[in-house]
Ligand binder design. Structure first.
Ligand SMILES: Cc1ncc(COP(=O)(O)O)c(C=O)c1O
Ligand SMILES: [Zn+2]
Length: 424
């Protein structure tokens, strides 16, 4: 049986793969003795393929070639990823960029990028023989876990802030998860889930703590590289909360360079809301560690985190890729929802639309230059938070059912009305 090795991102200590190992024991000891750093555990890459597998990227055989599983049979019957990379010339023109693509991860089965990590975690839960998997989530990770769990026959338990958007709650309930809406913040839900898993013996999918959450997200990088091959994007713009999607992408691009499948890795740009920007603030102050933002708040619920769990590693990936970070206001995030939808046909939730606003800021401030080949990571569907999107459009009053009323409403000039002709 294939066994893998976990390595601490800080002290580099290595450990045998172990489902109960969530924090580096060496770092935890150091921290208890007054030290301030704590690493996250990463899976050490082994046996990377030197050729692209001749498979669709969502095929379990493609996934098993790049991800740390025993084999393709570890995966349940659930297809995550394999989402399109769409050229976005009209959005590029409106933002002042030359070449722009959308990685449309709204098209995952449960509507967000989180399906990628949840699929890998469910595969590992099956390998380890767990029946129950629990997660703390701002909404999407729990929904994704519930969806994959349904396909895998796993019991899923999700801790969410009670304020999570209704669509996410209804979605996870429909998939059959046992949902615990916690009267508190995401950070409180996170600690509660950690304690419950420890005491009750459930497998823990908390992002950054479970090493496979970071690992599972790298498939988005593989797909971007495969879609653009032999070209490599210069820049990938990523919405950031805990910072795990960004680090997963960094891992994926680094693996490809190590395997000789791509020539170089792109620069990674983090986008955070002004009211929940611990990582971006640390970046702008030149710090290696993020300071928590008590009472973090944003219309982008998926990015609302007080103490990002993967901040140090995320900041390191920004440094190593020569990347950057920007913040955007709630007003800019809301405006970006119809801007993106109307220019590309992609309807995104606030967290995902934030990258459009973020790219605007990055181009204006010179963090990204217009000649670069840019990919926007659009991580979640607008259908997950319709009330937020509704704040950015004006809903028309009902119109009387007559042609005259429609012409009046649309302000069509009477003389210039075209006549419909039937095709000859
Ligand atoms: C749609 C969406 N985008 C971005 C993020 C941020 O990901 P991370 O917390 O890994 O930075 C999340 C996390 O919940 C999300 O659901
Ligand atoms: Zn360590």
């Amino acid at each position: 049986m294939r066994r893998f090795v976990f390595r601490c991102s800080e002290c580099r200590q290595e450990y045998e793969e172990d489902p109960t190992l969530l924090v580096c024991p060496a770092c935890a000891e150091f921290q208890e003795a007054g030290g301030s750093t704590r690493g996250v555990l990463e899976v050490v890459a082994s046996d990377l393929p030197t050729d692209w597998p001749d498979r669709d990227p969502s095929d379990p055989r493609f996934l098993a070639a790049f991800l740390p599983v025993v084999g393709p049979e570890s995966f349940p019957a659930f297809r995550a990823g394999g989402t399109p990379l769409l050229p976005a010339p009209r959005l590029a023109a409106s933002l002042g960029a030359d070449r722009l693509w959308i990685k449309d991860d709204t098209r995952n089965p449960s509507g967000s990028t989180k399906d990628r990590a949840s699929l890998l975690v469910a595969a590992k839960a099956r390998e380890y023989g767990f029946e129950t998997v629990a997660a703390a989530s701002t909404g999407n990770a729990g929904t994704a876990l519930a969806a994959v769990g349904a396909a895998a026959g796993l019991e899923t338990i999700v801790f969410v802030p009670a304020s999570a958007p209704e669509a996410k709650l209804v979605q996870m309930l429909s998939y059959g998860a046992r949902v615990l809406p916690v009267e508190g913040s995401y950070d409180e839900a996170f600690e509660l889930c950690l304690e419950a898993c420890r005491e009750l013996g459930w497998y823990n999918r908390n992002t950054a703590l479970n090493p496979f959450t970071l690992e599972g997200k790298k498939t988005a990088a593989l797909e971007i590289a495969l879609s653009m091959s032999p070209e490599v994007p210069d820049v990938v713009v990523v919405p950031v909360g805990d910072g795990v999607i960004l680090s997963g992408l960094a891992r994926g691009f680094a693996d490809l360079v190590a395997a000789g499948l791509t020539a170089r890795a792109p620069r990674l740009i983090a986008v955070q809301p002004e009211g929940s920007g611990a990582i971006a603030r640390a970046w702008m102050s030149g710090l290696e560690e993020a300071r928590p933002v008590p009472g973090a708040h944003s219309v982008a619920d998926s990015l609302t985190v007080e103490a990002p769990r993967n901040a140090r590693l995320c900041l390191r990936h920004l440094r190593e890729t020569d990347g950057g970070a920007v913040t955007v206001s709630d007003r800019q995030i809301l405006a970006a929802i119809p801007d993106l939808a109307a220019a590309t046909g992609v309807f995104a939730e606030p967290a995902a639309a934030a990258v459009v606003a973020g790219l605007g800021v990055a181009l204006e401030s010179g963090v990204v230059s217009r000649e670069e080949a840019i990919v926007l990571m659009v991580t979640g569907s607008g259908l997950k938070d319709v009330p937020a999107a509704a704040r950015a459009v004006r809903r028309p009053d009902p119109v009387e059912p007559s042609l005259e009323a429609i012409v009046r409403r649309l302000r069509l000039p009477r003389g210039e009305r075209g006549t419909a002709t039937s095709p000859s």
